[in-house]
Design a binder for this molecule. Structure first.
Ligand SMILES: *Cc1c(COP(=O)(O)O)cnc(C)c1O
Length: 478
């Protein structure tokens, strides 16, 4: 592509993106396509001769756009938000153009040092002490994998040399989390060779928070059985109900037993910038490591996960490996090489988008937007609470409400109630105006609305509620 052609397509693309970002409501949130439809619409083989960008873009609009799930749609209320912003998009554009590969300080001094600076800004914004050093990974799953790898390194210092296989002297290893913890913790233990059976799922109380007494009991029992505790994972904002583990009490136990404490705050962590949420984060500053995903609720394009660690030297012990061809003199001058704190060698310039987002919004505006999302969630929860045919199934500390319809007139039993709510969710999602998802709480089917998009306003949550009422009436009559 010559420069003039690039300009032409580039400008057209910016126009397209600008229209998309402000007009994503033109599309149904969930695409109306069947599995295999996209694949069948595309040729089986790539072209031998290059094609014009116009042709490629025409196919993008014709085939791919109708099959997009619109995560940027203000009616996207499923899972957790992952919302982008114009400043983040521009940063990604630049990052692709610059193609920085920040494995070593010298392969990109800018990317290396901006990562440090932007993570320090975010850390301060969230009220975490400067003892936490940060590194950016792609996702929370990978951040937690690194946390548990470091914990394994701390618990079994020769693991790097000798591995874990055929070592009866180690006995068992245990990782502890609540029965509400994210499946990424399971994946981390199985990746690290600890085996899923090493993961102890600790019982929760009626607020879906880990019970410290149950943790204590599990640790004592395991110790007696010769099992070495590796780490405890506490969650602030669990995936199902946004439950909050009592991090202070858990930190006391970890301190007494010298166990690595990892806090998974992938979704909710950014809310620590709100004074009104401070109590939910009590004690998280005592953790050894913390993960927060700016790509979820901080308007940073996917992907960007912030990993903070008080013992980054242990992460380095676990992963630093410098072959001759990557030795550089700057290391002795205090330059940091990001390849030392992770599994991957090459890494892209993700900090650029975090830096641009933090600067463009500013802390005050970020706080205002997050507080508004939480206010909308409380307003939605109040509607559920006030309506005789709906019930709420969990507390609402952040932007998620868990609820279900339970029309009095129908007197539904528990299996019928699950089915009714499943149908209600399908019917509401089929409108294309909103997309909500579900979970199960104590076995019961529960609808979840997660409010956290940059462009979501009260009009969108009003509409979601209206659709739920309409479809509930429709199903109750049917
Ligand atoms: C979303 C989420 C994860 C996984 O996030 P990825 O970045 O997609 O790996 C882990 N834990 C919690 C609590 C989450 O909300």
């Amino acid at each position: 592509m010559d420069p003039s052609e690039f300009r032409r397509h580039g400008h057209a693309l910016v126009e397209w993106i600008a229209a998309y970002l402000s007009g994503s409501e033109r599309y149904p949130v969930l695409p109306r396509v069947a599995p295999g439809e996209v694949r069948r619409a595309l040729p089986e083989r790539g072209p031998e001769a290059g094609e014009s960008f116009e042709d490629i873009f025409a196919d993008f609009e014709r085939i791919l756009v109708p099959a997009l799930t619109h995560w940027n749609h203000p009616g996207f209320f499923a899972y957790f938000p992952a919302t982008t912003s114009a400043s983040g998009v521009l940063a990604e554009f630049l990052s692709a153009a610059l193609n920085q590969q920040a494995m070593l300080w010298r392969t990109s001094p800018a990317a290396t040092e901006l990562e440090e600076v932007s993570l320090a800004w975010l850390r301060d914004l969230l009220g975490l002490p400067s003892a936490f050093d940060g590194v950016i990974y792609d996702t929370a799953s990978i951040s937690s994998l690194h946390a548990l790898a470091a914990a394994r390194q701390a618990a079994v210092p020769d693991v790097r040399e000798r591995g874990l296989a055929a070592r009866p002297e180690i006995g068992g290893l245990g990782v502890y989390c609540s029965d509400q913890a994210h499946s990424s913790i399971d994946k981390a233990v199985l990746t690290l060779g600890l085996g899923q059976s090493s993961l102890r799922r600790i019982a929760v109380d009626d607020q879906y928070s880990m019970r410290p007494d149950a943790l204590r009991t599990a640790l004592d029992e395991d110790r007696r059985a010769g099992i070495r505790p590796v780490a405890v994972v506490a969650t602030i904002g669990t995936t199902s109900t946004t439950g909050i583990d009592p991090v202070n009490a858990i930190a006391d136990i970890c301190r007494d037993d010298r166990i690595w404490l990892h806090v998974d705050a992938a979704y909710a962590g950014v809310a620590a910038m709100l004074p009104g949420c401070a109590s939910y984060f009590a004690g998280w500053d005592r953790a050894d490591s913390i993960v927060i995903n700016p790509h979820k609720w901080l308007f940073t394009p996917f992907d960007l996960s912030a990993f903070y660690c008080r013992r980054m030297e242990v992460v380095r012990e676990a992963f630093s490996l410098v072959p001759e061809y990557l030795k550089t003199p700057e290391a002795s001058e205090g330059a940091r090489n990001l390849m030392d704190t992770g599994i991957q060698l090459g890494r892209r310039f993700r900090s650029l988008k975090l830096w641009m987002v933090l600067r463009h919004f500013g802390a005050a505006r970020l706080r205002t937007i997050l507080a508004e999302h939480i206010r909308l969630a409380h307003e939605f929860a109040a509607r559920v609470d006030e309506h005789p045919d709906f019930e709420r199934l969990a507390a609402v500390p952040f932007g998620v409400v868990c609820f279900r319809a339970n029309p009095r007139a129908l007197q539904l039993g528990s299996a019928e109630l699950d089915l009714f709510n499943q149908r209600l969710l399908d019917a509401v999602n089929a409108t294309g105006e909103v997309f909500l998802s579900h979970t199960r709480i104590n076995g019961a089917f529960v609808i979840r609305i997660a409010i956290g998009h940059l462009r979501t306003t009260g009009a969108h949550t009003d509409r979601a509620w209206e659709l739920l009422l309409q479809q509930t009436d429709g199903l109750a009559v049917a």
